[in-house]
Structure formats: C-alpha cells, structure tokens
Design a protein around this ligand. Structure first.
Ligand SMILES: [Zn+2]
Length: 250
C-alpha cells in the first residue's frame, strides 16, 4: 500500500544513503524525516543531501518533523519566542520547497501564548499551501483549546505517547479525526516513551485501524518504532515493520 511509511531514522546508525536504500528494499513507498537535516548526527548530511537520497530511492516524504530544540521558547511571550517562531517558519518553508506538505511539531504546553505562536506558524504554512500538525505528547485531550481557537492547525497522532496517558486504542485519533493528517505508529508498555515495534506492546492497533477507517482518515500510516534487541539488523526490523503495518492497516 502506498500509504505505508517508516521514520527514516529508526535507531540504526547506518550512513543515510544506506538507510534510505534499505527502506526502499523493504518495500516502503514513504518516509518520515527530520526537517532540514537527517536526525542521525553520524551521517552529518545537509537538508538538500537528505532529500536527494530520498529522491534517489524513489521515496516520497509523508511528513517532516520539526527539531524540538526551539519548542520550549514557544511558551515565552518575549525571551526567545520570536526566534522560535521564525525558526519554525523556516522548517515549514524548507520542507515545502522540497515538496513536503506536512510539518509535525511538538508544543511545550498549550497556553494562550503558545496558541498565539502556533496560530502565526500555521497561518504562514497555510499561505504556502502546507499544513502544520501538532503531535500529542502528554494527556488524553491535549488540543481541545488549541483546535477551538485555531482553524488551520492539524493533528499527528502518536500511539505510544497516547498509551502512556490511558488511550489504548486510538480514542484521541477519533476525538481529533477532523484534524488528523499524520500518524506516528509504535507500541509501548503504557509507562514509558519506548516506541516498540507495532504489535510488540500493549496498544490495540486493530481497534485504531477500525477507527481510522470508519473516521475517513486519508493520511499515511508511518511507523515510528525504534531499534530493539529483538531484531538482528535493520533489514529484519524494516521487513517486520512492513508486515505489521500490513497486518493491521492494509
Ligand atoms: Zn512521535
């Protein structure tokens, strides 16, 4: 299925060109990437090189994830806030120039000040024809106020984070279905931010799949699992990821 993807840095420290090749070999059509540079610092590649590797493998980018270092400053009214907003706009602009229409970002919290900043970034994205999607990190209903206030900010559902706060099967995805444009799919133990392989933990992916189908979700299904000892190498990890996505979401 063309809507299956994997986060390009899945915890295996291979040079980026090899990693994108392995992803292609495992049968994926899409990747999630870190905005502007490869997440894997070992590869040390630039924003343009990363997208060159993606294109060389004939892959499409499902979303680009904003680096999280600037996110805390979005809470401030003054100190660092202007730079944080500006930097997020640059992530949006550079991703869009590479043909990526969805930029996922983390929020430090949801307060009136953060809502104002997100509204400014979202409006910038809308003008460019891109979408900013906020990812759930904590809580069960984190974005009620934000979505009420801002019409053009979207949602990225992270199953592992949701599980840590009692959503075991996609309740939050249903709640925010009208904003849902991206997924970070991984399993967990419900206690820690562990990002296990889909199907290796306590999350009910069959029910999530049903909710997404019935809710009319049209976005991609992207694994955000990370390397674990059960899988000998990246090839085994990626082929298992693909099989698990097919098992639940095909
Ligand atoms: Zn995530």
């Amino acid at each position: 299925m063309d809507r299956f993807g994997v986060y390009a840095y899945c915890g295996y420290d291979l040079p980026a060109d090899e990693r994108f090749k392995k992803i292609k070999e495992a049968g994926f059509k899409k990747v999630g990437v870190w905005c502007h540079s490869d997440f894997n610092t070992y590869s040390g590649i630039s924003e343009y090189e990363q997208f060159k590797f993606v294109r060389e493998q004939g892959l499409a980018v499902s979303y680009a994830h904003a680096p999280t270092g600037q996110a805390p400053y979005l809470s401030n009214k003054y100190y660092g806030a202007k730079d944080a907003v500006k930097t997020h706009k640059l992530y949006v602009k550079s991703a869009k120039e590479q043909g990526v229409g969805i930029i996922v970002m983390h929020l430090p919290e949801v307060t009136p000040v953060v809502i104002d900043h997100v509204a400014e970034i979202a409006a910038f994205a809308t003008d460019l024809g891109a979408k900013v999607a906020v990812e759930n990190l904590v809580g069960k209903t984190p974005f009620d106020e934000l979505f009420r206030e801002v019409g053009d900010v979207y949602f990225c559902y992270d199953s592992c984070h949701a599980l840590m706060f009692g959503d075991r099967d996609g309740e939050m995805a249903s709640r925010y279905m009208d904003r849902l444009v991206a997924t970070h799919l991984s399993d967990g133990d419900g206690k820690s931010d562990c990002h296990y392989m889909i199907g290796d933990g306590a999350f009910d992916f069959a029910t999530l799949a049903k909710r997404l189908r019935e809710g009319g979700y049209e976005g991609d299904f992207v694994s955000e699992a990370f390397r674990s000892a059960e899988y000998a190498d990246i090839s085994e990890f990626l082929s298992t990821t693909k099989a698990r996505l097919e098992e639940f979401f095909a």
